[in-house]
Design a protein around this ligand. Structure first.
Ligand SMILES: NC(=O)c1ccc[n+]([C@@H]2O[C@H](COP(=O)([O-])OP(=O)(O)OC[C@H]3O[C@@H](n4cnc5c(N)ncnc54)[C@H](O)[C@@H]3O)[C@@H](O)[C@H]2O)c1
Length: 439
């Protein structure tokens, strides 16, 4: 008998507009990648939506469709891109500046990339201190600037004849700040926008503008942004999905692969020291202690949650965990992340693990942007609103319902993602119990 869907999924017809604050290394690598893939010049390596499969039913059923055959995702040919930046560089110029992709590839994509000219940004040097640029909106109040963003969104929707839009934050990391009084309710927040409350950051104005315009929002950086009662209220009120925060790409990806394994084997941890050197603009912004603190908070939270020292004090009480990021221009986007891990085993005997990940930040991030855009649009067409915890798989600091601790273990995150897709399509959830094979 065919499975009965648990949710009504509207078809993915028409153009899907992808609106991106931040036309920098990650977003241009993502856009150029999609354009290259559409032209058959490259393969979508690293993208679960494009290459992943999903097992359905019993192991003996042999049903393992590709994810994008199982759920109706937008086709890459239907994606159109736009964005905002404080610099006037087109996506072609910004990609050339970022030096992630080879010039020969970029030159073949010059036409679509040059057509993407960033709209004027909402920017505040109190939130991102190390950079400044000429392409910035002027307005008397934060509400006025948010309204200008809403006009941009509507203009984009019309010009590109989009049937749906999603917004994904790929701009610089803002300085650390905690939810304040102005973030408590939507009416407090709107009052704060009109009164220019200093606690409202630019990313929150973009998120507000998106949600007010009926556009789902994802946050690729660790900024507070939608992680506040006011914006959660708006997302629920407008029935829109949101997710974040901070793409899980390099070192934290490695951490969430390895730490669950150590815990599974009941191996102890006395220290984990992580250092990074990187030389892109992201690294330059993260030199500022305020922006670094935002990043540090998300990077540090992961191990405690996975290892649960309160449940396993003899293994994980008081382990030392430090994360350093150093701006080192010669490396550009080719980051090097070193981890020194001091573990202990049987009878407390010490051992060490060293990881030296010579990675490419934006090459790792781009497929996550693609998957998030497609899944967030799927969530919207399925009527799923508020925080999309099933997308935790992509984030260093997954958003969760208030009072719920985030799940960082990447294996659990993937199972949750796939079970959510199975649930949407009315398929049995897979528990891996498997007793039926031995009856
Ligand atoms: N690459 C990764 O692996 C990775 C992983 C996790 C998170 N991130 C986050 O993704 C974001 C983008 O990274 P990137 O390497 O592309 O950085 P980038 O510096 O190359 O690009 C960010 C762009 O945002 C622009 N910008 C800053 N404030 C803005 C604003 N208010 N409005 C519009 N534009 C604004 C900057 O001018 C810059 O061009 C950063 O916050 C980074 O921390 C990246």
């Amino acid at each position: 008998m065919p499975a009965q869907d648990n949710v009504q999924i509207a078809p993915a017809d028409g153009k899907l507009g992808v609106l991106i604050p931040g036309i920098g290394a990650v977003s241009t690598t993502f856009i150029a990648g999609v354009e290259a893939i559409k032209r058959g010049m490259a393969a979508p390596i690293g993208s679960l939506t494009q290459l992943g499969t999903i097992r359905l039913g019993k192991r003996t059923d042999n049903r393992t469709p590709k994810i994008n055959d199982f759920v109706p995702l937008s086709s890459l040919n239907d994606l159109v891109f736009g964005g905002w930046d404080i610099y006037e560089d087109t996506a072609y110029e910004a990609a050339a500046h970022a030096k992630v992709l080879e010039r020969t590839l970029l030159d073949q994509l010059k036409e679509p990339l040059s057509a993407i000219r960033p709209m004027k940004a909402v920017f505040d040097r109190d939130y991102v201190r190390r950079i400044d640029g000429p392409n910035i909106k002027q307005g008397a109040t934060k509400m006025e600037k948010a309204e200008m963003l809403m006009d941009d969104i509507e203009q984009f929707r019309k010009t590109h004849d989009c049937s749906r839009l999603v917004m994904i934050w790929c701009a610089s990391t803002e300085v650390f700040h905690r939810p304040a009084a102005v973030h408590q309710t939507l009416s407090d927040f709107e009052c704060g926008l009109m009164k220019n409350d200093p606690e409202i950051s630019p990313s929150q104005m973009y998120a507000y503008a998106a949600l007010k315009s009926g556009v789902p929002f994802a946050n690729g950086a660790p900024n507070l942004t939608t992680d506040t009662p006011a914006l959660l209220e708006l997302a629920r009120e407008r029935s829109l999905p949101i997710c974040g925060k901070d793409f899980k790409t390099g070192q934290t990806f490695m951490k969430t692969l390895l730490a669950p394994g150590l815990k599974m084997r009941m191996l102890g941890l006395s220290g984990w020291f992580s250092t990074n050197i990187l030389g892109n603009r992201d690294g330059e912004v993260l030199e500022d202690p305020g922006s670094f603190k935002t990043k540090e908070e998300t990077k540090l939270s992961v191990l405690n949650q996975i290892l649960q020292p309160q449940l396993y004090p003899e293994l994980y009480k008081d382990f030392y965990h430090a994360v350093r990021i150093n701006y080192y221009p010669p490396r550009g986007d080719a980051k090097e992340g070193w981890d020194n891990i001091d573990i202990f085993g049987w009878l407390g005997y010490p051992m060490q693990i060293k990881i030296d990940f010579l990675c490419r930040d934006s090459i790792l991030a781009a497929p996550l942007v693609l998957d998030l855009v497609l899944f967030l649009d799927l969530a919207q067409r399925s009527g799923m609103r508020g925080i999309q915890e099933w997308l935790s798989f992509y984030f260093k600091a997954p958003m969760t319902a208030p009072g719920l601790y985030p799940e960082h273990d990447i294996f659990i995150q993937l199972m949750k993602l796939k079970n959510t897709l199975r649930w949407m399509r009315g398929e049995d959830l897979i528990t891996h119990l498997g007793l039926e094979y031995y009856d």
